[in-house]
Write a protein that binds this ligand. Structure first.
Ligand code: PEP
Ligand code: MN
Length: 389
C-alpha cells in the first residue's frame, strides 16, 4: 500500500529528547527511516484495536509485558520473554475465563525517559543512558554520546524481532509495543494512507506515553492524538481525575472504542487512596477506557546500589486493582508488567525465594528490575485466581 511519511511535531514542547550531536547525521537517519516500509501492517493494528475495544467492554483482558529496556542483539532473550508471555496468557485465559490479548514490550522498546539528564560517577559527569536507540550503557563519553545511526539499528532490530515472533508476515504470537518517546523516530515512521487519509504509527502495533511525557499541551500527547493505533498512557500517583479527562478529550475526543488504555502505576500502598476517585470520574464522562494495572513502577525500591521490586508488592497492587474495579462495577482490564524469560535475580520474592542478598547473582536489566520467568508465571497465576473470584 503506498503510504506517505508525515510532518514533525508542529513546534510543541517535546520532553525527554536526546541532545543529538550532529543535526545532519540525524537528518540522514530520519530520511532513511522515511524511505523504509512501516514495521507493522494497518490490518494488524486494526485487529488489535478491535480486540482492545472488547477488553474495554469487559469481554477480554490485556496482558502487556516484556523488558524495561530492550538491548540490541538480544533476540534469544526476547524469544524466551515472548514464550513466558505465552505461558502467562495460557494460565490467565484458562483460570480467569476470558480471552487474553497478548502484547509484548518487545520489538522496539529501545528508548527510556530518565529522571536526570546526566549521571555522575567518581566525580565524572556524562549524559545518562537513554536506551539503545540513543546511546550505549557503558560509562564512557563515546558510548554515552547520542548517535542517530542507532535509530536505524533500532528499526533493523525491531524488524528482526517482529519476524521471529511471527508478525513479520504470517499469523501467530503477540503484538508489539513500546513507549513512544523518541519523536524523531516515531515521526519518521508515521504513514498516511492517501486513500483513507488515516495516519498510522508504523513503529509498533500499540504505543504508550509515560508518566513523564503525558502533559496535554506537549508533543507526545499530540502524537497519540494523530495516529489511529491503540495508545496507552501511564498514570502515576500525581495524576488527578481532571488530568485524565483532559487526556481523554485530547487523545480520544470522539470516544472511539479500543483507542485509549489507561495504565495505572500507583504503588501498593497508595492505590486504595488514589484509584477509586480516578475511576469514578472517568466512568462518569462515558468514554470507553481500558483500565490496566502496572504493579511495577509504583513499587520500585532501592537497596544498596540497585533498584528492586518485591513480588509481594506486585501481587498486592494487582489484588487492590481488581478489587477496586469490581467494587465500582468497572472492568479490571489487564496487566502491564516488566518481565524476562531469563532466570534473572532482579525482583525479590516468589516461590523460588530470590532474596535481597541474591540480587547481584544475575542482575542483567539495562534499566528497571524485571520479574524472572518463574516469578512472572506465579504472578499471572495469582492474578488469574483473583479474576476468577
Ligand atoms: C517504563 O514503563 O519503563 C516507565 C518508565 O514507566 P513510567 O512512565 O510509568 O514511569
Ligand atoms: Mn521500567
Amino acid at each position: 500500500m503506498p503510504t506517505l511519511p508525515c510532518a514533525g511535531s508542529h513546534g510543541l514542547r517535546a520532553d525527554q529528547q536526546p541532545d543529538w550531536a550532529d543535526p545532519l547525521q540525524l537528518q540522514r537517519a530520519t530520511e532513511e527511516l522515511e524511505r523504509r516500509p512501516a514495521l507493522v501492517r494497518q490490518e494488524d493494528v486494526d485487529t488489535l484495536r478491535h480486540q482492545l475495544a472488547e477488553a474495554a467492554a469487559g469481554r477480554a483482558l490485556l496482558l502487556q509485558g516484556g523488558h524495561c529496556a530492550e538491548t540490541f542483539g538480544s533476540l534469544p532473550e526476547m524469544e524466551r520473554t515472548v514464550g513466558t508471555l505465552e505461558g502467562m496468557t495460557e494460565v490467565l485465559s484458562r483460570v480467569a475465563g476470558l480471552p487474553v490479548i497478548t502484547v509484548g514490550r518487545v520489538a522496539g522498546q529501545y528508548a527510556k525517559p530518565r529522571s536526570r539528564p546526566t549521571e555522575v560517577r567518581d566525580g565524572v559527569s556524562l549524559p545518562v543512558y537513554r536506551g539503545d536507540a540513543v546511546n550505549g550503557a557503558g560509562f564512557t563519553a563515546r558510548e554515552r554520546s547520542p548517535d542517530p545511526e542507532r535509530l536505524l539499528r533500532a528499526y533493523d532490530e525491531s524488524a528482526a524481532a517482529l519476524h521471529r515472533i511471527g508478525r513479520g508476515g504470517e499469523k501467530a504470537a503477540c503484538y508489539s509495543s513500546h513507549e513512544a518517546l523518541l519523536l524523531d523516530y516515531e515521526n519518521a515512521l508515521m504513514r498516511t494512507d492517501p486513500r483513507t487519509n488515516r495516519t498510522m504509527a508504523g513503529s509498533a502495533h500499540m504505543l504508550w506515553i509515560g508518566e513523564r511525557t503525558r502533559h496535554v499541551d506537549r508533543a507526545h500527547v499530540q502524537l497519540a492524538q494523530r495516529v489511529n493505533n491503540p495508545f496507552a498512557v501511564k498514570v502515576g500517583p500525581s495524576a488527578t481525575a481532571d488530568d485524565l479527562l483532559e487526556l481523554i478529550a485530547r487523545i480520544n475526543p470522539e470516544h472511539a472504542p479500543g483507542k485509549l488504555t489507561l495504565i495505572t502505576r500507583l504503588g501498593a500502598d497508595r492505590i486504595n487512596e488514589i484509584l477509586p476517585r480516578l475511576v469514578e470520574k472517568v466512568r462518569l464522562c462515558g468514554a470507553p477506557v481500558l483500565w490496566v494495572c502496572d504493579p511495577m513502577h509504583g513499587n520500585t525500591r532501592v537497596t544498596g546500589a540497585v533498584k528492586t521490586r518485591l513480588v509481594s508488592d506486585v501481587m498486592a497492587e494487582i489484588g487492590s486493582f481488581i478489587e477496586i474495579h469490581q467494587q465500582l462495577g468497572t472492568h479490571p482490564g489487564g496487566l502491564h508488567l516488566e518481565i524476562t524469560g531469563n532466570a534473572v535475580t532482579e525482583c525479590v520474592g516468589g516461590a523460588a525465594g530470590v532474596r535481597e542478598e541474591n540480587l547481584s547473582e544475575n542482575y542483567t536489566s539495562a534499566c528497571d528490575p524485571r520479574l524472572n520467568r518463574d516469578q512472572a508465571l506465579e504472578v499471572a497465576s495469582a492474578a488469574a485466581d483473583r479474576w476468577a473470584l
